[in-house]
Design a protein around this ligand. Structure first.
Ligand code: GLN
Length: 538
């Protein structure tokens, strides 16, 4: 018999309260007590996955090892737990309906009227239990996107209501709400929380635990008031105060005993205290930096801090390795030109050119790369950033006038980046890129080898275009070397410059694999190069 327990995390009052971080923090505490845990995100939108979404909508698209394009919260789960997620960890309404409609067309429901209840809710329940059914996890934490009261969340809440009924004591529901502080009144207010818990109750789901996001400490009398009005025990009213870093939250939740209350409610043995030794060491290094470097992140989504989430977090992780604070300065590539590049990139110890799609801001990226190359500033180009480095080198070193990627200019005389052969016939956009993990062989004696300390690596991908091998010899003769190759398809995965202290372009996305327990070696190498550069120029 399968003993997996299910924990649901639902949000109320407002969005952006940090359900993903609360879920990941609870998972971390349970994991640190010796349990196996996975986390799943249910997204109520109709897109089948977020791969076709503009980052302005929901932030970065996170790519899993199995090539699923998913919500950025999965990145938090992996970074906190150091456990890989997969397609099963992110389910959208689009995916649920797609699967139900496929079944209907196949004739699986012959004779029946296909309805939200029971067919859609059954499919949701199936997707939730899929992770628990194989018996690999003691806990499946399921975070429901959106806010209680949204029309589009209703089938999910109904599915949770049914599961609570069917699985009884194996289910616990956490409701994350906001306790706003009214400055004029000088008071924290619990009324929105009461309303939100009531809205959830109207759908048949009683919250077992209420996590209160707040900017000021909540008093005992507020806890008892929330407990009384919301039908929960006082100890199940948990404070989640604003923190300096997201990595503080597991410890704050431990102080509030969130994990203990969850275990008690599920009738699970408490066991020993969570072993947070490594986490605490990480936090100590994070909070006591001995030096600081500034890295410029050149991209076109700089107005939105979630657009480059994994890159920012990878810098946090890699910084702790060197006990170095990495300040990331966002540089809007659309506004960089030949005249202002020195001013825009002034004072930087490293330049990272971001991944991306399409024409907007591309010339600013290329100009920034030229500046980093000529001024010997450490450089890391990721995916489109690597492709721009190839274009820049072609134009300014090899003299290939108007060299480009065929993504931006299909008529370029020098298509140094071109669409992959396997992509040429694909017309539909969703889930059709080269996605997920692929092997890569590194050349010894290179910067990347120095970082990874091995030749065989695996990294995640999300692209359609690649280095055009027709030009490889010319590039290598001029000093841009292909130092990482996909062994099967011979695709160039990494380029480096011989005549530069640290200039690396990678076709893959190292940022997706960086975790608190395992900061990514390439980011560690880049931060180290930035530290060395800063010492030299000072
Ligand atoms: N647009 C480029 C491609 O599809 C790069 C993609 C990316 O940066 N993720 O190849």
């Amino acid at each position: 018999m399968n003993n997996t327990k299910y924990i649901f995390v639902l949000g109320g009052v407002a969005s952006s309260l940090g359900k993903g971080i609360i879920s990941a923090s609870l998972a971390k505490l349970l994991q640190a007590r010796g349990f196996t845990v996975t986390i799943q995100k249910l997204d109520p939108y109709i897109n089948v996955d977020p791969g076709t979404l503009n980052p302005y909508e929901h932030g970065e698209c996170y790519v899993t090892e199995d090539g699923a394009e998913t919500d950025l919260d999965l990145g938090h789960y992996e970074r906190f737990l150091n456990v890989r997620t997969s397609q099963a960890n992110n389910v959208t309404t689009g995916r649920i309906y797609q699967s139900v409609i496929q079944k209907e067309r196949r004739g699986d429901y012959l004779g029946e009227t296909v309805q939200v209840i029971p067919h859609i809710t059954d499919e949701i329940k199936y997707s939730i239990q899929l992770l628990g059914n194989d018996g690999n996890y003691d806990f499946v934490i399921t975070e429901v996107g959106g806010t209680v009261g949204d029309i589009e969340s209703l089938p999910y809440i109904e599915a949770i209501r049914q599961l609570r009924w069917e699985l009884g004591k194996s289910v616990v529901t956490i409701h994350l709400t906001l306790i706003p502080y009214l400055r004029a009144a000088g008071e924290l207010k619990t009324k929105p929380t009461q309303h939100s818990v009531r809205a959830l109750l109207e759908s048949g789901v009683q919250a077992d635990i209420i996590v209160c996001r707040t900017e000021k400490h909540i008093t005992d009398s507020m806890r008892s008031k929330i407990a009384l009005f919301c039908n929960v025990e006082q100890k199940a009213v948990i404070e989640s105060i604003d923190a300096e870093s997201i990595y503080d939250i597991p410890l704050l939740m431990m102080e509030e005993k969130l994990d203990q209350v969850v275990l008690e409610k599920l009738g699970m043995p408490m066991g020993s205290e969570p072993d947070m030794k490594r986490w605490n060491e990480f936090l100590f290094r994070l909070k006591n930096p001995k030096e600081e470097v500034t890295i410029g992140l050149v991209g076109k989504y700089v107005e939105l801090k979630d657009a480059y989430k994994s890159i920012n977090e990878a810098f946090v992780h890699a910084g702790t390795t060197h006990q170095c604070k990495v300040s990331v300065r966002l540089v809007h590539s659309e506004y960089v030109n030949e005249q202002n590049v020195a001013e825009k990139l002034a004072g930087l110890d490293g330049v990272l050119v971001a991944p991306g799609f399409g024409e907007r801001g591309i010339e600013g990226k290329i100009i920034s790369i030229r500046y980093a190359r000529e001024n010997k500033i450490p450089f890391l180009g990721i995916c489109l950033g690597m492709q721009c480095a190839v274009v820049e080198f072609g134009r300014n070193v090899l003299g290939y006038t108007d060299a480009h990627s065929t993504e931006m200019n299909s008529k370029t005389p020098y298509p140094v980046i071109d669409i992959m052969a396997s992509q040429k016939k694909i017309t539909s956009k969703g889930g059709t890129m080269r996605l997920g993990i692929y092997p890569c062989t590194l050349k010894p004696g290179t910067k990347v080898f120095e970082a990874y300390l091995k030749t065989d690596i695996k990294e995640r991908h999300r692209h359609r275009y690649e280095f055009n091998n027709k030009y490889l010899e010319a590039y290598e003769n001029a000093g841009m070397m292909a130092v990482g190759i996909n062994p099967k398809d011979n695709l160039v995965e990494v380029v480096e410059l011989t005549d530069h202290p640290w200039f690396v372009g990678v076709q893959f996305h190292p940022e997706y694999q960086s975790t608190v327990a395992n900061p990514h070696p390439l980011f560690e190498g880049f931060v180290k190069a930035a530290i060395d550069y800063k010492q030299k120029v000072q």
